[in-house]
Design a binder for this molecule. Sequence first.
Ligand SMILES: Nc1ncnc2c1ncn2[C@@H]1O[C@H](COP(=O)(O)OP(=O)(O)O)[C@@H](O)[C@H]1O
Ligand SMILES: [Mg+2]
Length: 258
Amino acid sequence: MGEVYVFANQKGGVGKTTSTFNLGVALAEIDQRVLLIDLDPQAGLTYCAGYEPDELEETIYRCLLRDISPWDLILTTKYGVDLLPANIDLAVAEMQLLNVPARERRLTRVINQVRDQYDFIIIDSQPSLGVLTINALAAANKVIVPVSCEFLSIRGTQALLKLIAKIRGQLNSALQVAGLLPTMFDARTIHARQIIKILKTEFKDIHLYPYQVNRSIRFSESAAEQKPIFDVKLQVPGALAYRELARDLVKSKRRDSS
Ligand SMILES: Nc1ncnc2c1ncn2[C@@H]1O[C@H](COP(=O)(O)OP(=O)(O)O)[C@@H](O)[C@H]1O
Ligand SMILES: [Mg+2]
């Protein structure tokens, strides 16, 4: 049975999409069967994985609201991961879902149809705590919270953790916070190092991954070229964190299943 992870943070620009894509590719490199799910109408993940969202007719919207089988629209990619794509159609799903019974569990129904065919399913969520993100948290068993190493960026983390606790109580008792992943880390600044300290003290009960994703312009460049960070010419220090994270996820899956 596949482990279902979601990258969640209601702040935009903290690295959810970048992390989903590059972690997925890093997992595929170590022979894991991976499905990435784009649950953001902005469809950055779909683009990164090599597709033009606006040219797609069939997207996850149809699975969520029209009961189309995900197998009818899962796409393969050049990078060894499969993709359940999104486009702007998903923006209306938010409103339409309001009238659907069990609206928080639509994504869970979709994932249940494919879960035994993958080792890891990773969901990229949108930067808000609306019904789509709640669907993602209801469907996942683990959340990774990417936190950009800037003070203003960590301020909303407490609110997210409260929402996660609420979802655990009401919708998904299996949901765990796997950890906080520091992103956009600039080792040259005192500020970034202070943020790591603050994360350690303020969120004592939550695992803080012991590696950081370094800030590097190569991430934006590789996204623009629709390539994973591992495919850019020079080795980027930030890329290592995603490979380490991939190894950690595999280890933790083995531990959980033994
Ligand atoms: N480690 C990093 N260093 C520098 N830029 C990054 C890094 N990770 C992501 N980016 C860039 O920052 C922007 C926001 O990242 P993204 O993954 O889209 O965040 P989110 O999905 O949380 O909104 C994108 O342009 C992306 O290419
Ligand atoms: Mg995003």
